[in-house]
Design a protein around this ligand. Structure first.
Ligand SMILES: [Fe+2]
Length: 161
């Protein structure tokens, strides 16, 4: 018996039905959406056959839909980028599956390696680029599903001289 537990059940657990419900079929919280993205990321059989590198445009494939959310798989060849955009009223979880992507925001740039995950709220503005020498694959969960992706004027924070 671990006396450090925060939660201790007194009596018969079968009398506490709300603790026994199975996990929800569909995610409903940010943590659950991030967890779903990680579980898809960890199971290549769910996405590897949908990867398609297209030199003319980033390749999008809608992998899954559920009540109030969509999951997209994106394939990026070196040099491809999203342009600066927001996601309308959608929140999202971006997970890098293969390769690496660079995310530019008004706070600067960060490299997202395979396994990295970014969670963002409605109104979040960013530009994502594959500026590496290898192709990249990423998984994007939007909730609600993405209905618009307004583009913003290019604006880089770093001064280059
Ligand atoms: Fe985005």
């Amino acid at each position: 018996m671990n006396s450090d537990n925060d939660l201790q059940i007194a009596g018969d657990i079968l009398e506490v039905p709300h603790l026994l419900q199975p996990p929800r079929e569909h995610p409903a919280t940010v943590a659950e959406f991030a967890g779903m993205a990680r579980s898809i990321a960890n199971d290549r059989s769910q996405w590897a056959h949908h990867v398609r590198y297209d030199a003319t445009a980033r390749w999008y494939h809608r992998l899954r839909t559920g009540p109030g959310y969509e999951v997209w798989l994106l394939s990026w060849v070196p040099g491809q980028g999203s342009g600066r955009h927001d996601h309308g009223r959608s929140s999202g979880v971006l997970t890098v599956l293969e390769g690496s992507l660079t995310e530019h925001t008004r706070r600067g740039a960060r490299t997202l390696a395979a396994g990295a995950q970014r969670v963002f709220a409605p109104g979040y503005v960013h530009e994502v680029l594959n500026d590496a020498l290898e192709p990249a694959v990423s998984l994007h969960v939007y909730y609600p599903g993405l209905t618009e992706m307004p583009m913003h004027a290019a604006q880089r924070c770093e001064a280059r001289v």
